[in-house]
Design a binder for this molecule. Structure first.
Ligand SMILES: [Zn+2]
Length: 415
């Protein structure tokens, strides 16, 4: 049977790579469409040309990176690299008595894969930031910021990811069949924690958050916030300009932990009315309880995922398909995630569709409670300022876009 599992895994990886490459290609072609009546609202001829070149540069870089990962995966499956890595770690770390030795082996195995995949991605990260983003005038990240981000990210992953994983592995060792349920409870509690306190505890490690400065903008924001019963203390300006000139804003958190963050680049580029209209959009997310639904759906999905994982971990064929002689948690879990790539793609389609629907609702809220024209103008400035693709392919939108395409949003606001 293990051969069948291996055939399925290889087929799904190839399918995933094939579908994504095809969809990216369609999008690349679609982005070159000449300007028409609608898209002229966003770009002049010159800007449009620049946006096409920018999209093409990103397309090529993404194609190289995904192709490299695909080749490495196929080689790893063909030559049993995963089992070899597992054996190497076992030889060095196994001791006869060790209650913890299986947990440590799993941790080192998963940690090694994470390090290797980060090392492969690193050159692409450097190229995208310091070549593509810099060439189009977006990059503000210095090498120092870039390296510090990497180190901080690594420490966070090690502490939080490593910590959670250790407990999951311990639960697996202790509870066996009930593992999937308690594993899910643990992961859900942790994601609730980061949802509630992420902006307070994690975001400040990377960015400075400050209350909005006194002045005309603060007055106008206060007036709008008061009319909506939203506390000004839950609103911050973030130094997005530390890394990029692109403007943005977001809403996060649940209940009392709600937070709206406006990038300093947004305030710099937009008029007072436009900034407040973006704020109205974000308050729309809060009023419509979007984060609650996103949180709920994502936990229903992890529930299904843990259930299937718990069920399939009983079959040693998952591990042996990757070339191992004995079953282990980490090899089976790896085979599981590879096997479920079609399911995770389907879930991604659903999540993106939900997110795009929420964006329309938040736009509608902004139009109804403040100013639709100002919001449209703000979106136009944000979009053209970051050289968005004005004519993305619908399939690419379905697979990748959490926000509706710019022209669709402008059309919706103009209704
Ligand atoms: Zn939004």
């Amino acid at each position: 049977m293990e051969n069948w599992v291996l055939v399925l895994i290889t087929f799904f990886i190839a399918l995933d790579y094939g579908v994504n490459t095809f969809v990216n290609f369609l999008n690349h072609e679609s982005s070159k469409k000449p300007l028409d009546g609608d898209s002229q609202k966003l770009y002049l001829e010159d800007e449009h040309k620049r946006s096409i070149k920018y999209a093409a540069a990103n397309y090529k870089s993404a194609f190289l990176s995904s192709t490299l990962f695909f080749i490495i995966f196929v080689l790893a499956l063909t030559y049993n690299w995963f089992a070899t890595l597992d054996n190497t770690i076992r030889e060095r770390l196994s001791d006869n008595s060790g209650y913890f030795s299986e947990i440590i082996i799993s941790l080192v195995f998963i940690g090694s894969l994470a390090v290797i995949s980060n090392l492969i991605s690193l050159p692409f990260g450097i190229y995208n930031t310091f070549k593509i983003e810099a060439e189009y005038g977006f990059n503000k990240s210095t090498p120092k910021t870039f390296v510090l981000d990497l180190i901080k990210g690594l420490i966070l992953t090690l502490l939080l990811g490593g910590g959670i994983l250790t407990v999951v592995l311990w639960i697996y060792q202790e509870l066996g069949n009930l593992f999937w349920f308690w594993g899910w409870v643990l992961v859900t509690s942790f994601s609730l924690f980061t949802f509630m306190f992420g902006t307070k505890l994690i975001l400040p490690l990377f960015n400075k958050l400050t209350p909005i400065e006194e002045g005309e903008l603060q007055d106008e924001i206060k007036k709008y916030c008061d009319s909506q019963g939203y506390s000004l203390r839950k609103l911050f300006v973030m130094d997005g300009s530390k890394r990029s000139t692109k403007a943005n804003a977001f809403f996060t958190g649940l209940g009392k932990s709600k937070t709206i963050v406006l990038f300093d680049t947004l305030i710099e580029k937009l008029s007072t009315r436009e900034v407040v209209s973006v704020l109205a959009h974000e308050i729309g997310h809060y009023k419509m309880k979007h984060t609650f639904w996103v949180f709920l759906f994502s936990n229903v999905q992890t529930f299904i995922l843990f259930f299937l994982l718990g069920w399939l971990l009983r079959y040693p064929e998952l591990s042996t398909a990757l070339g191992a002689t004995e079953a282990s948690f980490h090899l089976s879990a790896l085979a599981f995630f590879l096997l479920f790539s079609p399911l995770s793609m389907a879930l991604g389609l659903f999540n993106n569709a939900l997110s795009r629907r929420n964006e329309y609702e938040a736009d509608d809220f902004g139009r109804e409670t403040y100013d639709g024209k100002a919001l449209a103008e703000a979106l136009r400035k944000i979009g053209s300022g970051s050289l968005v693709n004005v004519s993305p392919h619908p399939l690419y939108v379905a697979v990748n876009y959490t926000h509706p395409p710019m022209l669709d949003r402008l059309r919706n606001l103009g209704k």
